[in-house]
Design a protein around this ligand. Structure first.
Ligand code: KG4
Ligand code: ZN
Length: 366
């Protein structure tokens, strides 16, 4: 079975083609094509993602990326055929709000044979609404023209599944109950699952998402978007120099007695701290980045510890862009080693931590 997956929920435009072989009990996933365009450079100057700008960029890039992914997968077979007026009308209806996409998809469809894929998959949410719609309408247009069924996918489920993918294309075996820690630019969630089909959000942020906090603090320090990798870089440099952080920051909700998070107060604490400092030097950046990274990591590790104790989970899965953070990864690893040696910890390889379409294809399969 081959699945062509489309991801446009935020600022990455991604298309992947994944082949699933072997038995349903032990599927093997092979990535045949994987095309991704990151809009980071476009949004950098604004310090965050602008939904309508993201939408425009997706519309601009989807057709070329599709062409690239199909070519990489060896599924681009040239064949000329005219699009009928009726098809043109159908496409015009589906892409009525995506004029650029309409303009690029017509010549593309006129020059390709229907590719050998079985399903289309597309992120249906959560994400930025205008950005999501471009991907959904693109999938609808292809589904209509190629007569392929469409599988809508929850973006967060994609992040969870991608943590299980091993280098040989098989999935790590999972023992339930499973606890998932999802940390991204839009979400901070603890999810408990008793099976793949039954799960519950047991904790989440009451305000900013953790990635958003990284991005905003980076911006206050005069560092470009996305802020996570920047903060991480400064914090690592500080750790290497064995700096003791000079500006203490709070650990919000550490003792709240529940599994929720809050990062907006931490961000404000950074703002107030910086107001008292005459100049944001490289040294100040290192001190703040270190203390900020320590603060969020302390909170995350503490909440995960409590959840594991309470839930009796046998597997911990970590997913989302912030799971690329080296300090968070090693702190979770150490804590698990010490406190929960019998619980399996699954963190995705770095290239699958941030948004991509491979994870959407995997989730679509399930
Ligand atoms: O999952 P993702 O790619 O997109 C969303 O679904 O939001 O996550 C993006 C977020 C951004 O906020 C980015 O700053 C953060 O992940 N991020 C990091 C690191 N790499 C990316 N945060 C901390 N440390 C990192 N190394
Ligand atoms: Zn994401």
């Amino acid at each position: 079975m081959k699945i062509l997956a489309i991801e446009t929920s935020c600022d990455e435009t991604a298309i992947a083609i994944v082949k699933v072989s072997s038995s349903p009990e032990k599927p093997v996933f092979t990535v045949l094509g994987n095309a991704l365009y990151s809009q980071v450079k476009v949004h950098e100057q604004y310090g965050g993602v602008f939904p309508n700008l993201a939408k425009r960029e997706h519309a601009h890039n989807l057709t070329p990326l599709l062409s690239k992914a199909l070519t990489e997968a060896g599924l681009f077979q040239k064949e000329h055929h005219s699009i009928t007026d009726k098809d043109r009308e159908t496409l015009g209806g589906i892409l009525s709000r995506e004029h650029n996409l309409f303009e690029s998809i017509i010549p593309f469809l006129e020059n390709i044979a229907v590719p050998d894929i079985d399903y289309l998959a597309v992120t249906g949410g959560p994400g930025l609404e205008p950005a999501l719609w471009v991907g959904i309408n693109f999938a609808k247009a292809l589904g209509e023209m190629w007569h392929k069924p469409i599988i809508p996918v929850n973006h967060m489920e994609g992040h969870v599944i991608s943590s299980l993918l091993r280098d040989d294309g098989t999935l790590a075996p999972v023992a339930f109950p499973l606890l998932a820690l999802l940390v991204s630019g839009g979400h901070t969630q603890l999810v408990r699952a008793d099976s793949w089909l039954s799960y519950e959000i047991i904790g989440e942020t009451r305000d900013d998402a953790i990635g958003e906090a990284f991005d905003k603090v980076a911006r206050m320090l005069g560092l470009p978007y996305p802020g996570g990798p920047q903060i991480s870089r400064y914090a690592s440099a500080a750790r290497e120099k064995k700096i003791t952080p000079r500006y203490p920051l709070p650990r919000p909700m550490l003792h709240s007695g529940d599994l929720d998070f809050s990062f907006s107060g931490l961000k404000t604490a950074v703002l107030y701290t910086l107001r008292k400092i005459p100049e944001v030097t490289e040294e100040v950046r290192e001190h703040i980045a270190l203390e900020f990274e320590n603060a969020v990591t302390d909170v995350i590790v503490a909440k995960v510890t409590t959840t594991l104790e309470e839930s009796g989970a046998k597997t911990l899965v970590v997913g989302g862009g912030v799971s690329a953070n080296a300090h968070l990864r090693s702190s979770l690893n150490n804590m698990m080693h010490k406190e929960f040696p019998s619980v399996t910890l699954l963190i995705p390889p770095l290239h699958l931590t941030t948004d991509n379409a491979v994870m959407i294809a995997l989730a679509a399969y399930f």
